[in-house]
Design a protein around this ligand. Structure first.
Ligand code: NOJ
Length: 557
């Protein structure tokens, strides 16, 4: 969807995240691939999305599911070939679907030739200067250069062994030890990534989702810093500045990229994965000469509480509006507990830390029925908001988190780096079900899957929901159709007061939305209901009452 002139589609689009390894597997080897995605593009077209974002499919040892890239300009054989990518891109464009690719500029894989060259050379060499190598502290350099911790657990530094077998310098990795951080103070790193951007722009991609867009530059002297429990419980605006995330040195980089992307024809975009708070700070990433969008994580992490949701919506519209950017809205992705589970989690069993995850020992267990009700209601609320909405593959089926993955199958590096204390993110990455009665629920023909699928995924299969009134899939299709028809993405929100405690209501153009976050039914005003998330078989909102944990859209007369 674009504005009246057909420009700036990204201000109001619905963008669908495809997680390639879990979307559809055309070879039967258990991992999804690019031809699998191409085969299902018509399903995405039918769903009514405007664009897809592909999580990494570039060459990688897959230590962090592709976020450890060893060749930025090629396709990992696990996912197919460059020809397969070109076929996918052409087919998507034929269907009017734009394609964003993931760009991982904070770190490469340790298998990247640049890092291998750095290891093979000496301290102070131009090769080492591409990454963050430092001498250790302590009498013999046996201690890391500072106390930073990896996001995945354990120290953020690893010591290298020199070619002659002696112990050498340390290198920084804010994530896994297989993901060394680039040194963005080095102009050669800039040039390297400008070439990577050009490569994909020349191929015809419509933009990039930029990984760890808050981390590329660090405070110069790398001061000690630990984000302890107190840090996280301090309000975002009062937290001490973090020397490795949210550093202002990133902005000139995005201005450089924006100038490049604007020199290409078409309306191509940059979307920041910038985990910075508060929203007013995140908005700095989307100033007019920087990126186009940033994922709205404060919205994603907001619990099932109407007033909190209202607060974050207001703060988002204010913060992004102040810099002329659209707000984005997102409820699930490949790093977060799926919202059909997360929204029913008892705060006692989950700290809110995305990396911690949930698993077999989590108690109390979230109620799956209530989780799905809330997810449908939250999604309907989200899809009526002005701005750009992101959908994560499988959420349109109402998929819950796979909680019972046996330890031996877990692949998220977090699980190993914390000795199993944190379950990590595998539960939201399980291959998605297409057909209830097929091997691997239609993910492939062989029945093999890189992570085991829970038996209950059968009930969520796409073919079991297609054409079934009241199914989550049909709900999404209807919501996206109305969203487009009523141009909700381009609209303006005004709150409607007085609907009751913990009930949110707003008008957006010709549609009004009522979402019941309370545990009591609420009376609805008279009017034509055009979307209702009430579960099948329950009295729906046409009776004049909105059940708890449901949302309706009504036509405004
Ligand atoms: C954010 C990505 O979404 C996540 O999956 C990855 O592990 C980290 N960045 C590191 O690249």
């Amino acid at each position: 969807m674009s504005d009246e002139t057909g420009r700036e589609w990204w201000r109001s689009a619905t963008i669908y995240q495809v997680y390639p390894r879990s979307f559809a597997d055309s070879t039967g080897n258990g991992t999804g691939d690019l031809p699998g995605i191409t085969n299902h593009l018509t399903d995405l077209h039918d769903l009514g999305i405007d664009a897809i974002w592909l999580s990494p499919f570039q060459t990688s040892p897959q230590k962090d599911a592709g976020y450890d890239v060893s060749n930025y300009c090629d396709v990992d054989p696990l996912f197919g070939t460059m020809h397969d990518f070109e076929v996918l891109l052409n087919r998507a464009h034929e269907l009017g679907i734009r394609v964003l690719v993931d760009l991982v500029p904070n770190h490469s894989s340790d298998a990247h030739p640049l890092f291998q060259a750095a290891l093979a050379s000496t301290p102070g060499s131009p090769e080492r200067a591409m990454y963050m190598f430092r001498e250790g502290t302590g009498e013999h350099g046996e201690l890391p250069p500072n106390n930073w911790e990896s996001v995945f657990g354990g120290p953020a530094w690893t010591r290298v062994t020199n070619p002659d077998g002696t112990l050498g310098q340390w290198y920084l990795h804010l994530f896994d030890s297989s993901q060394p951080d680039f040194d963005w103070t080095n102009p050669r790193v800039h040039d390297f990534f400008l070439d990577v951007l050009r490569f994909w722009l020349d191929k015809g991609v419509d933009g990039f989702r930029v990984d760890v867009a808050h981390g590329l530059t660090k405070e110069a002297d790398l001061p000690d810093f630990r984000r302890d429990a107190e840090y996280w419980t301090t309000p975002a605006e009062l937290r001490p500045p973090c020397p490795f995330f949210g550093h202002p040195g990133v902005h000139p980089i995005y201005r450089e990229w924006r100038a490049l992307i604007d020199s290409y024809p078409g309306d191509r975009i940059l979307c920041a994965e910038a985990f910075v708070e508060p929203l007013t700070k995140m908005a700095e990433w989307v100033r007019p000469d920087e990126m186009h969008q940033a994922f709205n994580f404060p919205f994603l992490v907001t619990r099932w509480e109407g007033e909190k949701v209202r607060g974050v919506i207001n703060a988002s519209l204010d913060a992004f509006g102040a810099v002329g950017a659209p707000s984005t809205w997102v409820l699930s992705n490949h790093d977060q507990i799926r919202h059909a589970t997360r929204l029913a989690i008892d705060p006692r069993s989950y700290t809110g830390d995305r990396i911690t995850g949930i698993g077999p020992k989590t108690e109390p267990k979230p109620d799956p029925v209530e989780g799905l009700r809330r997810a449908r209601a939250a999604s309907a609320m989200m899809l009526a908001l002005p701005g750009c909405a992101y959908i994560y593959n499988g959420e349109e089926l109402g998929l819950p988190e796979a909680m019972d993955i046996p330890d031996e199958f877990r692949q998220d590096p977090t699980f190993a780096r914390t000795n199993g204390k944190a379950y990590g993110r595998d539960g939201c990455r399980v291959p998605i079900p297409w057909a209830a009665d097929a091997p691997a629920f239609g993910f492939n023909d062989s029945g093999k899957t890189w992570l085991p699928q829970p038996a209950e995924y059968r009930d969520f299969a796409r073919d079991a929901q297609t054409g079934v009134s009241g199914s989550t899939l049909e709900l999404y299709k209807r919501a996206l159709r109305i969203r487009r028809e009523f141009r909700l993405g381009l609209g303006h929100l005004s709150w409607i007061e007085g609907m009751g405690e913990n009930v949110l209501a707003f008008a957006n153009g010709d549609v009004s939305v009522v979402a019941n976050y309370s545990d009591k039914p609420v009376a609805l005003p008279a009017g034509e209901i055009i979307l209702d998330t009430t579960a099948n078989g329950e009295p729906d909102a046409s009776q004049g009452t909105l059940a708890p944990s449901t949302t309706v859209w009504m036509r405004r007369s």
